[in-house]
Design a protein. Structure first.
Length: 225
């Protein structure tokens, strides 16, 4: 690992356990079997891993505040989500601290760091990039819920729809109504919803013997439409 910052994910992969289990060992927040703990501690020693001490003290301390990070305030979908969150939070006498990541992974990481330092009691967010780690977030043991989008490495709760099935059914509907050349317009595959919708589209095309249509994919952020 010379020249590369060692992360909690590296330790988890080496030990053969989840990031959550490694976090419990580091923070001593839950009972972990002795054999499991020893394997994780061995991986920590092998990597000379030093967890961020600050992250371990950032968990909310009764601030009655929920942090919310969405990818674009201008989208009607997220506006409805924010309204629902704020309404339910008010019923429980909680405050909402809102951040707009602007679909920028770096800004999102900064937003997470800021909210943790504010001492929030929980986080609701729609991650920009499915590959992000958010190491400080997992080390903080803060209650966390993902909405609409999902991280590859996170074990946090997720609220969303079955994007694969939805896209597959929509594509099949077009085929069944006589449309032979069906394209797919989306954006970066690093976004969970896009990756899942494209998979649904691909499955539908394959089921109709139209695998070649998978080449007709347009990223609307880059294309001249």
């Amino acid at each position: 690992m010379v020249g590369k910052k060692v992360t909690i994910k590296d330790v988890a992969n080496r030990a053969g356990f989840s990031i959550s289990t490694v976090s419990h060992v580091i923070n001593e927040t839950r009972f972990v079997e002795k054999s499991t703990k020893e394997k994780i501690q061995k991986a920590i020693e092998e990597f000379n891993y030093r967890p961020n001490i600050l992250a371990r003290s950032l968990k909310g301390k009764g601030s009655k505040t929920i942090g919310v990070i969405i990818s674009d305030l201008r989208q009607g979908f997220f506006a409805e989500v924010i309204k629902a969150i704020d309404s339910r939070a008010s019923q429980r006498e909680f405050n909402v601290m809102l951040c707009d990541s602007e679909d920028n992974a770096e800004k999102e990481e900064l937003d997470v760091d800021i909210l943790l330092r504010k001492g929030i009691d929980g986080l609701i967010f729609a991650p920009v990039d499915t590959g992000q780690l958010f190491e400080e977030l997992w080390l903080s043991e803060l209650p966390c819920v993902q909405i609409d989008r999902k991280l590859q490495s996170a074990e946090a709760d997720f609220v969303g729809i079955d994007n694969v099935r939805s896209a597959e059914q929509a594509t099949l509907r077009l085929f069944d109504n006589g449309y032979d050349c069906v394209g797919f317009i989306g954006y970066g595959p690093e976004v969970y919803t896009m990756a899942m919708r494209y998979e649904g589209y691909r499955r539908a095309a394959a089921s109709r013997g139209k695998e070649d249509l998978s080449l007709r994919v347009v990223d609307y952020n880059k294309a001249d439409l």
